[in-house]
Write a protein that binds this ligand. Structure first.
Ligand code: ATP
Length: 202
């Protein structure tokens, strides 16, 4: 699986629709200070579901929408789409059969947000599920930012384990297990309630 195209519109400094093709395995982004290099990384993490504004270098989630400049008015919404080449089958499951997978997120000034998978509206959870265990995700190790290496070197063993589990592809199963356990707990509680009602009736 390889990120092959990034499309942005109204996202931070990318007010006009822009398509950034990434045709090879290595792409360098160069430019003067403040030209928007880090905004591209923010865009990738944002589509993956990042929901903490400070991790996108903003105060509110709508701060990702182009806020206007001396020559341009603010715009009403931001969209970012990532297109993945999945011809190697890196993404499995429901979407595994697709050679190309598109993931898109949109946010409007009123805070309304929507996610799309191959053009169909989906939940944030579906995007998280798609990438779980692949090493990609809003906070995964495939995006290494300034300071992250020292964070990893200094990390507590339990924090390091999270990265190792993601790399080994087992975080997907741990997540499912957590979910199943919580459902089992809820069912057990329901059964206890039913037993209480039966006791009362008897
Ligand atoms: P450096 O090399 O200094 O790290 P950079 O190329 O990584 O810089 P970014 O941090 O990606 O630059 O971009 C900063 C620019 O993006 C600033 O000019 C800032 O005004 C602009 N910017 C950020 N958010 C918005 C927004 N919501 N609306 C308009 N412009 C924005």
């Amino acid at each position: 699986m390889r990120l092959s195209t990034i499309k942005l519109a109204g996202f931070k400094s990318f007010v006009d629709p822009a398509t950034l093709p990434l045709p090879t395995n290595m792409t360098g982004v160069v430019g003067p200070n403040g030209c928007g290099k880090s905004n591209i990384i923010d865009a990738i993490r944002w589509v993956m579901g990042e929901s903490v504004a400070s991790r996108l270098r903003g105060d509110a989630l709508t701060d990702v929408i182009f806020a206007g400049s001396t020559t341009r008015k603010p715009v009403g919404q931001a969209t970012v789409e990532l297109v993945f080449d999945n011809s190697d089958g890196g993404i499995q499951g429901e979407y595994g059969a697709y050679a190309e997978i598109s993931v898109k997120r949109l946010v409007a000034r009123d805070g309304q947000s929507a996610y799309f998978l191959n053009g169909s509206r989906c939940r944030r959870r579906d995007i998280a599920d798609l990438f779980l265990g692949t090493g990609l995700g809003p906070r995964s190790y495939s995006i290494i930012e300034q300071g992250m290496i020292s964070q990893i070197v200094e990390a507590r063993p339990e924090d390091l384990r999270v990265h190792l589990e993601e790399a080994a592809g087992i975080s997907r199963y741990k997540d499912r297990r957590r979910e199943t356990e919580s459902r089992m707990r809820a069912t057990r509680e329901n059964m206890e309630r039913v037993a209480d009602v039966r006791n009362e009736v008897d």
